[in-house]
Design a protein around this ligand. Structure first.
Ligand code: FE
Length: 245
């Protein structure tokens, strides 16, 4: 099981847990862990098929540290289905859009831990891990009505959830944007709500210094040229309700 370090200093480390393939027809998903000092956060930890493997890999990364936070970009099963296990086996606090805090418990949240599922208000919030204030950035309707990305200002990584997802590829990083497009196009046209939502998001994230844009499925984008191409593409993409006849 590969652990890819995306950013590494003495006190701050960003790790991609790669190839936790759920197997069969389940969509490939990336799990990310950010460690700062003695604390850590896991992003979109996933469902039951990957739970035990992702949990043991995460605990292995922690050393003397503690998992203190769990970030849930939205309510989909490949993000939250195993959140009860994560809350039962750690002391971490989970964060999800306020639109979903009353729905996620239907995945089977034990009464003992339901108080540790906290809402993210529509405008977003910061989540502290060690000395870093991570920022939950609104990305509503991309694709969920209550949807957030997580920005790490220390590593300059934007974790973009389903936005930027690519399917059916085997490389880890995008090198040729045009060749990569077919693996994103169908998914974004159908799953993203509208061009207006895309444009609002692009306006917001263009202001951020971003070295890496890391989606929850498929390959990541590194560097201003590729990230710029991706933002330009999002800005003009007709999707969702735009395509209703
Ligand atoms: Fe999703």
């Amino acid at each position: 099981m590969a652990q890819i370090t995306l950013y590494d200093t003495a006190s701050h480390r960003n790790v991609l847990l790669e190839d936790f393939d759920a197997g069969g027809v389940a969509v490939q998903a990336n799990q990310h862990v950010i460690l700062d000092g003695e604390e850590a956060i896991i992003l979109d930890p996933g469902g039951h098929k990957v739970y035990s493997r992702v949990l043991s890999a995460t605990l292995g990364l922690l050393g003397r540290g503690k998992l203190t936070q769990i970030f849930l970009s939205h309510q989909d099963p490949d993000i939250v289905a195993a959140v009860n296990g994560w809350l039962m086996s750690t002391d971490a606090t989970a964060h999800v859009s306020s639109l979903w805090t009353r729905f996620v418990p239907h995945f089977g949240l034990d009464r003992l831990v339901e108080g540790r599922l906290l809402p993210i208000p529509d405008e977003g919030k910061t989540i502290r891990v060690g000395k870093t204030e991570l920022v939950a950035i609104p990305a509503h309707f991309l694709h969920s009505p209550g949807n957030f990305h997580l920005y790490d200002p220390t590593a300059k990584i934007l974790y973009s959830g389903d936005l930027g997802a690519s399917l059916g590829i085997s490389y880890r990083e995008v090198s040729d944007f045009d060749a990569h497009l077919p693996s994103m196009e169908g998914f974004h046209r159908r799953y993203m709500a509208s061009r207006r939502a895309m444009q609002a998001w692009v306006r917001r994230v263009r202001e951020l210094p971003i070295d890496v844009l890391a989606p929850q499925h498929g390959a990541l984008f590194r560097g201003p040229a590729l990230i710029g191409r991706f933002l330009d593409w999002c800005e003009q993409l007709e999707c969702g309700v735009d395509l209703l006849a």
